[in-house]
Write a protein that binds this ligand. Structure first.
Ligand code: FEO
Length: 391
């Protein structure tokens, strides 16, 4: 999925970003086996504008891309929509190479520039206010603040002639642009992981976007979105309102010797036999944690299963449930299965963690295994499957 160098038919918007295949963990925590792109765009008009920079490790390659896109011209403006270092890390390199360029950003972003770089570019800056406009010639940029999508200083930019939204982190995805894959799964993992906590601010941004005629979306990660934009807007509306995308279940388990896994597998089998819908089994120790979190947001039902450890649930299960609650997990049906050879306690702890989330209903029975499943446990699991199907 390669982004065309020329994005507008007239060639006046050019891609200047880079692919990062060197990175192992995005933000030091999210696995990105197919890399990530840091997008940057160049607008050529009577005035020229560069939209955002890239991670500082790629400053040289990006500056070459910018120079090529500028086609012999100098940049008049650098528009900084977001100060997270994956986009702001090359601002200083740009500012040094192009001392005549004006830096355009929000007041809050200039404060962050001072923190990151020791300068807020007081002698060469333009503060973008909500609804503020910057005419470039045939094109005009309009700025809209988007606080907490995904940092407080963020703004997005709408180009009025070509009806293009430069959406900052919104509508981005993991995966470099030279890696072909469907948008949805990696966009969901990216959104839920990174922006998931900020549903209300995303809803505010979507309301602003609804007032604009948007024909193209240029995010800071992932491909430019040119067609079927309703699909992306609808998914963002679902994700940011914490509604499930579809009926289905995630069974997330920890298992030290396979007994708890066997219970999870039996429940999956029972649900599948009953034609419940998609059922996803995830090992919280072995599977990608961010994918498990994203799947929990994708589906309507969540079952957690864990052995007892130090009088509590397994540590990675605790981390998983904390990752859900930290992102505002809500509006779901849940169930609990635990295991304990002498004093099963995980069920109580998992139930309390789920019930601390808004509008999460934990259905009965709580299945409690003593070491290995017995016939009573198997019957309880069948009853739990029936209860989940009813809920
Ligand atoms: Fe892609 Fe919040 O930075």
């Amino acid at each position: 999925m390669k982004t065309d160098c020329a994005i507008w038919a007239n060639g006046e918007l050019r891609y200047a970003g880079v692919n990062d295949h060197e990175i192992d963990l995005f933000e030091g925590q999210y696995a990105v086996p197919h890399g990530v792109s840091y997008n940057s765009y160049v607008i050529l008009d009577e005035k020229t504008a560069v939209m955002d920079t890239v991670d500082g490790r790629f400053a040289d390659a990006w500056l070459r891309n910018v120079e090529k896109a500028l086609d012999g011209r100098k940049p008049d403006y650098l528009i900084v929509q977001h100060m997270e270092p994956d986009h702001s890390g090359s601002i200083m390199a740009f500012a040094e190479k192009y001392p005549g360029a004006v830096i355009v950003s929000t007041q809050k972003a200039f404060g962050m520039m001072n923190q990151f770089f020791g300068t807020d570019f007081a002698d060469r800056r333009m503060v973008a206010a909500e609804g503020g406009k910057l005419p470039l010639g045939r094109h005009t940029l309009a700025f809209y603040t988007a606080p907490m999508v995904h940092w407080p200083e963020v703004m997005v930019t709408y180009e009025e002639t070509e009806k293009t939204l430069f959406s900052a982190d919104a509508f981005g995805k993991f995966g470099a642009l030279d890696w072909a894959e469907d948008w949805t799964d990696e966009a969901r993992r990216y959104y839920i992981g990174i922006v998931g906590k900020y549903g209300a601010p995303v809803q505010t941004l979507l309301k602003k976007a609804a007032g604009l005629d948007i024909q193209k979306i240029c995010p800071l990660h992932g491909p430019v979105l040119k067609e079927n934009l309703e699909k992306y807007l609808k998914l963002y509306s679902i994700w940011s309102s914490y509604q499930p995308e579809e009926k289905g279940a995630v069974i997330a388990y920890a298992s030290f010797y396979g007994h708890t896994r066997a219970a999870a597998e039996l429940l999956a089998e029972e649900l599948q036999k009953a034609g419940f819908g998609p059922v996803v089994l995830r090992d919280v120790y072995r599977d990608d944690w961010a994918a498990t979190v994203a799947d929990a947001f994708r589906y309507s039902h969540l079952v957690v299963a864990s052995p007892t450890y130090n009088g509590d649930m397994a540590p990675k299960m605790e981390a998983f449930l904390k990752a859900l609650s930290a992102r505002g997990y809500q509006n779901r049906v849940a169930a609990v299965m635990d295991n304990g050879t002498w004093a099963p306690m995980a069920g109580k702890a998992m139930k309390a963690a789920l019930e601390s989330c808004r509008n999460v209903t934990v259905v009965e029975p709580v299945v409690s295994i003593r070491s290995a499943m017995n016939d009573e446990n198997k019957a309880q699991i069948c009853a739990l499957a029936a209860a989940l199907i009813q809920a």
